[in-house]
Design a protein around this ligand. Sequence first.
Ligand code: WTA
Length: 634
Amino acid sequence: MSNKIHSLSGYLYEYQKSIANPEEFWADVAERFYWRKSWDKVLEWNFEEPKIQWFINGKLNITENIFERHLFTLANKTAIIWEANDPNEPAIHLTYKQLYEKVGQFANTLKNLNVQKGDRVIIYLPMIPEAVVAMLACARIGAIHSVVFAGFSANSLTDRINDCGAKVVITADGSYRGAKTFPLKSIVDEAVEKCKSIEKVVVFQRTHETVSMVAGRDIWWHDATAGVSTHNEAEEMDSEDMLFILYTSGSTGKPKGVVHTTGGYMVYTQYTFENVFQYKPEDIFWCTADIGWITGHSYIVYAPLLSGATVVMYEGVPTYPHNGRFWEVIDKHKVTHFYTAPTAIRALEALGTDPIQPYSLKSLKVLGSVGEPINVEAWQWYHTHIGKGRCPIVDTWWQTETGGMLISPLAGITPTKPSFATLPLCGVQPVIVDDKGNELKGNNVEGNLCIKFPFPSMLRTTYGDHERCRQTYFSTFKGLYFTGDGARRDEDGYYRILGRVDDVINVSGHRLGTAEVENAINEHPLVIESAVVGYPHDIKGQGIFAYVICDSSVTPDRYENIKNSILITVTKVIGAIAKPDKILFVSGLPKTRSGKIMRRILRKIAEGDANNLGDITTLLNPEIVEEIKQKAGL
Ligand code: WTA
């Protein structure tokens, strides 16, 4: 299967084709997949409602495209190499045939548990092969999976279950992450108490700790699958049937369920995988993301397996049991492609080069970066010390909403520049607009990054609330999909992503809405009000800075205690990833006359810059700015 680009001129040619005639271009790519019935029409769309449909009336099952399409040739090829948290636990190699059988068996198991096409299933699992099995088993029977990162709290899990009305949760007794274990089952127990829709909880045994099982509701994975046939006929899906929901943070309110559908997601993610990484059949691909995020969905699970690739899946953390663990795993499994986030690169860079010395890293061919802007220094370090100056870096820009990579170099083909995601991939039509929505044409421009034409894997809706999808992405700038990111297009037409322009903070590559974190802080009984902003952080990219107003009864000697209990509250409400890095107690927040918090000022102070606060005379309470500056030590 190939629409593979081999040269820069090839890219330029294909790109022009994809813009001049998108339907023909994508039909040509899509034809290489196995469709039970071909589509009647390639594309229908408008960005007003919005309504986006690709490969209309095409019938398929994405898992048939992973398994049946490959089984004659790839049955004995390794699909997944699983590396445990503990290096003494043997790695597991699962062939395509073995994975196929596990998926078939678990698909039948789900059916036995009364899961039907269209039902929602929550997956709350550690990074173990069963997570992939569970996702693909859902896809096999047409159930819609929603994977929840297993670092989220019970409360976050409850919200997600209730938002999509899930019938089943698939979890484990516990998970290993470095030296710690996490009690996943008891978190699920707490979460499910407030979820009426849940009928069954399937529990995989990983840590063997004692857990309580609710009779009639909870069932062990090994009991549920015992004696169940591995043969399962895939459900026939429409191209536009939902494949999965993935919750992500926005600038307002609770996380929203981004919906991806079957046909377009399949075609686009596989196409981008093959081209961006210049994948070859003998390659070993390692993406370090958790499958709870879109990067894990698209580039650990779906795209590589659709390509018949061998993927490495790692359960643990970069620095356990020693600081060279990532590099050890690369040598051990002869990884050719390593795809990680700038925050991990910076954290490893901070440890110096000693941890790298024992390892040759000679199997590496391509390095990838994703999740946040990569600063020039981290890029150079990655290039020199990990890629040894010979591996191209693909800085891939994309989002949960886009399903696949949108702006990225093609490895070894597109000339790179540190910190630039470079050029749009085929079919992607980025535009930069000013705040009024005027397109800034030509090069050397900077503004809001939008996309003006649909590509096959873009989100279709937000689950249960289409209006929210329209409002969030399609109403800011008429006729355009708004990414929420700022970008610069330089003199060569290269894109540099500047970060979010909305109230979303990107902490270690994780998206968090400021409102979400504020709501969590405000749950603390002694907090009256709070305002959260991002600030530059050496390792995390952005850190969380919280300004907090406490109840007037609180005296300053209690601040230290309250800080700690705010951290506990946030961990409980969202999860540890949302814990503020800095908390400053203040007596008020700068507000406009209409009562809106002036975040611009708070951002500046959090950055340590007290000089360029702009005009503050129009504030309702300008005097508060001086107090905050002083408390921040400025
Ligand atoms: C940011 C992750 C700069 C961006 C795939 C985007 C990036 C958000 C890059 C989406 C990159 C992702 N350079 N910024 N290469 N990749 N981002 O939904 O702000 O978790 O909007 O998807 O991460 O985060 P999400």
